[in-house]
Each structure stands twice: as C-alpha cells, then as structure tokens.
Design a protein around this ligand. Structure first.
Ligand SMILES: [Zn+2]
Length: 335
C-alpha cells in the first residue's frame, strides 16, 4: 500500500491505494453497538455514567447531557468553554469537562460519528489514561458508513509562539508528533517524544499514559475547586524524588500523556489532520491556539477527499528508512 504512482500525474500529488485502503482512510465510521462505562470525574469529583451510541454519517461527535434536558454539545472548537487543566465543552450553561482522553481514543480508532451520553458535567477519568476508552470503543466495534471523510492536510508551514510555548505545523502525509515538555525545577524535567501516530502506535505508545500533576499543584488545584476526584488510582503525583503514589508505565509517561491530550484536542477540528506537529511546552491552551491559527490561515492547508493528495504535499516519507511513514492513519480494526 501507499506506493508512489508514476506517470499520469507526474508522480506527484497522487498515490495509488487499493480500494480497501482508500476506504480505511476516506470513509466515515461510527460504532456498531452501544457500550457503557462509569466512574468519577477527576475535577468535579462526581460519579458519572457514560454511554456511547452509533450516530448517523456527517453528524460528528456529540455529547448529550442526559441529566440536563438531553442538551447536545458537538465536539467542536466553537464549543470550547474552558481549557483550564482540562478541555471543557459547553452550550449555554450546560458543560461537559475533561473530554480529551475519550476524544483521543475516538480519533485514534477513526470514529467520525458518535453520541456520548453522560449524566453529569464531566467524563469519567477512569485510570487517567485513554486506554479504557480504547477498550470501550473496541468493545462497541467499528462500522464503516456510506459517506466520505475529509482530512485536513497541511500544505505549508504554520508556526507561532505564545510566551515560552511554541508550535510548528508542517506538511506531512500522516500525523507525526514531536512533543517536548519542560518542567524545570521538577523531577519531570524535559522530555521529548517523536511518534508517527496511527491506531497501533497510539494504543501501544500513548493510550496507557496517565494524567499527572506535581505535589505542589494539588493543594492549589483543590483550592480552585479542581482535582476533587483526583486519587492514587487516576493521577500520577510527582514529588521531589519522583512519582509518589504509583510506578510509571513509561519512564517518560508525562510527555506521552501530553501528546495524547494533543490528539484529543485536535479532534475538535471535526476532521482528521495530516501534518508534522512540533510542540514545545504545549497544553490544552496551545493545542486550541493551533485550531484557531488553522482557521485564520486557510492558505496553509487543504481538504483531502478520496485518493487525491494536495499537489503541494510530497507523498514521499521524510525518512525513507522509516516504513511506518505510510501506515494508514485513523484506520478501523486491522483487516
Ligand atoms: Zn490529559
């Protein structure tokens, strides 16, 4: 798959793919059957029941507050109401918090259309990672729909700074992350992760990475009325010497979790994204700034539908030695 075609189009801007690969990339998907999970919200401390349901083509990812007149809130950047420590979506005074771990799993499994029912203001934190949501979606199964998916593909470099934070998005035929966190004066320190993101790499390298905070943040957070459901079961707390409450799943678990958060936040574009994203000292706010910059700079990207790649995107991998560079992204279950 993903061989470069020569001839007709001068070998540029077009790749030949088998029909099934094309379908994996460019057909919308939902889940096969409902599935449910329950747990506490990390910031509100409230117990919530969550149920995922199949949704019609082109309807997007929608949260439904079953305890509040069944108000629906689409997972879309225009509905972001807060980015403090977690991503919160809202419409009028009805909100759903901490959507990013579920959304990251939704993105990685290539789900375009989904209803997420919750009976409270926050999505369950579960173990603090996206892995339980990957499992939930897998239990629900993935179903292809009769509608084309479009992908937002970077066609030129978009770069911006916010204080000491920095982000650069470049053209790339897939999703590649190069993420650096820098917690100076804390044992977490500087960590960097480079990853070609597809369903398998997400499941193996990012999904299990749990949310974290510093010991000094805990009291401050709780005074601000956040982190009320935080516990040893759902959050890594770093003290001077290291993690206080749990062993680590990866030596660099924090940067992996930040990358996971980024994918969840990118989902608010409403479409998969192709690009190479270099992020320094990122967080929910910076991820959201990227979405705003994309809207403000439509000359930097294009929509890709079906087999056509934008002529500006070189379909050859940056590193020809890396065979994963053409792994289909956002694919459903392996065929
Ligand atoms: Zn997170």
């Amino acid at each position: 798959m993903g061989k470069r075609a020569n001839g007709a189009n001068g070998g540029r801007g077009r790749v030949s793919r088998s029909e099934s690969t094309r379908d994996l990339l460019f057909r919308q998907q939902t889940i096969r059957r409902p599935a449910a999970i329950s747990g506490v919200g990390i910031h509100t401390g409230k117990d919530t029941n969550l149920r995922i349901l199949p949704a019609p083509a082109a309807s997007g990812i929608r949260f439904r507050r079953t305890d509040a007149r069944s108000v629906e809130i689409r997972a879309d950047m225009t509905n972001v109401s807060s980015l403090e420590l977690a991503t919160t979506l809202g419409r009028d005074d009805i909100t759903v918090s901490t959507v990013e771990h579920l959304l990251a799993a939704v993105y990685a499994l290539g789900i375009d259309n989904l209803i997420v029912e919750v009976d409270g203001p926050e999505v369950p934190i579960l173990d603090g990672s996206a892995l339980p949501y990957v499992r939930l979606l897998q239990a629900a199964g993935v179903r292809r729909q009769k509608a084309d998916r479009r992908i937002l593909a970077m066609t030129s470099v978009l770069e911006f700074k916010r204080d000491d934070k920095w982000l650069r998005a470049s053209p790339y035929p897939g999703l590649r992350l190069d993420y650096t966190i820098d917690f100076a004066g804390c044992v977490v320190g500087r960590q960097r992760l480079q990853l070609e993101v597809d369903q398998r790499s997400f499941e193996r390298e990012l999904a299990p990475a749990r949310t974290f905070c510093r010991e000094i943040d805990v009291e401050q957070m709780q005074r601000a009325g956040l982190g009320l459901g935080g516990s040893v079961d759902n959050c890594i707390v770093f003290g001077d010497e290291g993690a206080l409450n749990t062993g680590l799943r990866y030596a660099d678990e924090p940067v992996r979790h930040k990358a996971l958060d980024a994918i969840g936040d990118f989902t608010l574009l409403g479409a998969p994204i192709w690009g190479h994203f270099e992020v320094l000292r990122g967080g929910h706010q910076l991820h959201y700034e990227l979405l705003r910059e994309l809207v403000a700079n439509p000359q930097c990207w294009t929509w890709v539908i079906g087999e056509e790649l934008p002529p500006q995107v070189d379909p050859l991998p940056h590193d020809p030695q890396q065979p994963s560079a053409w792994t289909p992204l956002l694919a459903g279950p392996p065929q």
